[in-house]
Structures are given as C-alpha cells and as structure tokens.
Design a protein around this ligand. Structure first.
Ligand SMILES: [Zn+2]
Length: 97
C-alpha cells in the first residue's frame, strides 16, 4: 500500500515515478487523458515547486504545525482517529523550516 503524491490517498494499484513517487491509477488515468503537459520535462521543472507545496504530517516523529494549519480538518480527523495524540496535536511544531 502506498500513498499517491497527487491525491494523497492510499491505493492498491499505481505507478512509480522516480521524480515524484507513487501515483494511483485514478490520477494516472486523469493526467494522461486530460493533461497533455504530463511529460517528464514538465515534471522536472515542477520538482522544486512540488517539494515546497507538499506538506507531510510528520517529520522525524514530530507532528507538523504547517500540516495542522494547512489541513486543519484532516489534522482533527487524525486526532479523532487516534493517529496522533492530543499532545502531538497541541504541541505541533514547525518542522519544515
Ligand atoms: Zn491519486
């Protein structure tokens, strides 16, 4: 099981891109059918931007304040489901500086 870099969903079947990581079949199909700018050079150009835009919920075990602020409802959902503890939620740090 992997997470798609595009929609951030877990998926069973997908394709690995050395530039961006895993992409699910849904996104892959969408990109190929709907976006003709889906070419390797474009991916390379976007690589830096992509790294800045992507916010992961954790870094080295610390819950990310950036993630909490960018995705407040998702962060609350993680708290509710027990993915993160109350302490982690409250003590979220800016880990991507
Ligand atoms: Zn996807």
């Amino acid at each position: 099981m992997s997470k798609c870099f595009n929609c951030n969903q877990d998926f069973e079947r997908g394709k690995f891109s050395p530039d961006r990581g895993w992409i699910c079949e849904d996104c892959l199909g969408y990109k190929i059918k709907g976006h003709n700018d889906w070419v390797p050079q474009r991916i390379k150009d976007d690589r830096q931007k992509f790294k800045r835009d992507l916010i992961q919920p954790y870094r080295e075990g610390e819950f990310s304040k950036e993630f909490k602020e960018a995705y407040p409802s998702q962060a609350k959902e993680m708290l509710k489901s027990g993915t993160i503890t109350k302490d982690q939620y409250k003590g979220a740090k800016e880990v991507w500086k």
